[in-house]
Design a protein around this ligand. Structure first.
Ligand SMILES: [Zn+2]
Length: 290
């Protein structure tokens, strides 16, 4: 089970959200049978979306994060609810790219940066909120930082990482996001910069995985910060037969008529969890009449 921890400074001006996303990555690798570098990229998307989702206010609110950088993995999509439960998918989950010179996974090269990062917040209003920026690096964390800076004017530092063992097993994964509510004093900025410089040490993944409490408390050390709340978050797909029928209906009458005529059974596979839904030609015909 993943875990989200939030730490708030005493003056209420700085918030750090951190997530232990190792189990989310394991579920991504299991469901998508993704290459290691795609698992790493999706893991970063999932951790970021999870933390951003946790900032939504109400049950039923949803956040979608989409990175479309023109790279080998195709479009990456992650969807989170207001508790930070998340699901994600990649256009090409089996894509691979050569490692970087230092041997590490080249997530930036996989995602590419010839495109955009899109954030959609569906808060039950008539129109969802949509924010979009050109991808800054393709490594996701910097792109999230850039998104908050340009689109929401919230100074943000984001870190995302994962560690794999010799056999490719997932040892641990984390994400953190530090956000400052302006106005910010120069002194606070200086302390934050010092804290962020120390983050490499606390984001080291041990045999017990990442430690989101320690990450969040380190980010805000010197601010008299305390843990605000923490809760479990996981990889979770909320697809259903009914919702899948809704997606089918959106194909339009012409396509539905073709499906009903050409095949006795139409199978729809959920991109997020691979669950398969089967619909008879009669059910498709019924959709046509609605
Ligand atoms: Zn599903």
């Amino acid at each position: 089970m993943g875990k989200i921890v939030r730490v708030l400074s005493n003056d209420g001006g700085v918030l750090c959200t951190a997530v232990d996303s190792a189990d989310m990555l394991r579920e991504i690798a299991r469901l998508h049978e993704s290459s290691q570098v795609v698992t790493a990229a999706l893991g970063r998307m999932a951790a970021a979306a999870s933390m951003m989702g946790a900032m939504l206010k109400y049950e039923g609110d949803r956040l979608t994060l989409r990175a479309n950088g023109g790279g080998a993995c195709g479009t990456l999509t992650a969807v989170a609810d207001y508790r930070g439960n998340v699901k994600c998918c990649a256009g090409n989950p089996k894509a691979t790219v050569p490692p970087k010179e230092d041997g590490s996974l080249d997530v930036e090269g996989l995602v590419g940066r010839d495109g955009t990062l899109t954030v959609i917040k569906d808060m039950g209003l008539k129109e969802p909120y949509v924010g979009q920026i050109p991808l800054a690096s393709g490594g996701i964390a910097q792109d999230i930082t850039a998104y908050y800076s340009f689109s929401e004017q919230i100074p943000t530092v984001c870190g995302l990482g994962a560690s794999f063992g010799e056999k490719g097993e997932i040892c641990g994964a984390y994400g953190y996001m530090v956000q400052v509510v302006p106005p910010v004093s120069d002194k606070s900025i200086k302390v934050l910069e010092e804290n962020i410089a120390k983050m490499d040490e606390v984001t080291q993944i041990s045999e017990h995985g990442a430690d989101p409490e320690r990450i969040a408390l380190t980010a805000l050390s010197g601010f008299g910060a305390e843990i605000l709340d923490s809760w479990d978050a996981r990889y979770f797909c909320d697809c259903s037969r009914e919702r899948t029928l809704g997606v089918l209906a959106s194909l339009g009458k012409k396509e539905l008529a073709r499906l009903a005529e050409e095949q006795d059974e139409t199978e729809v596979c959920c991109h997020f969890c691979n669950k398969k839904y089967k619909f008879s030609a009669d059910e498709i015909v019924k959709l046509l009449k609605d």
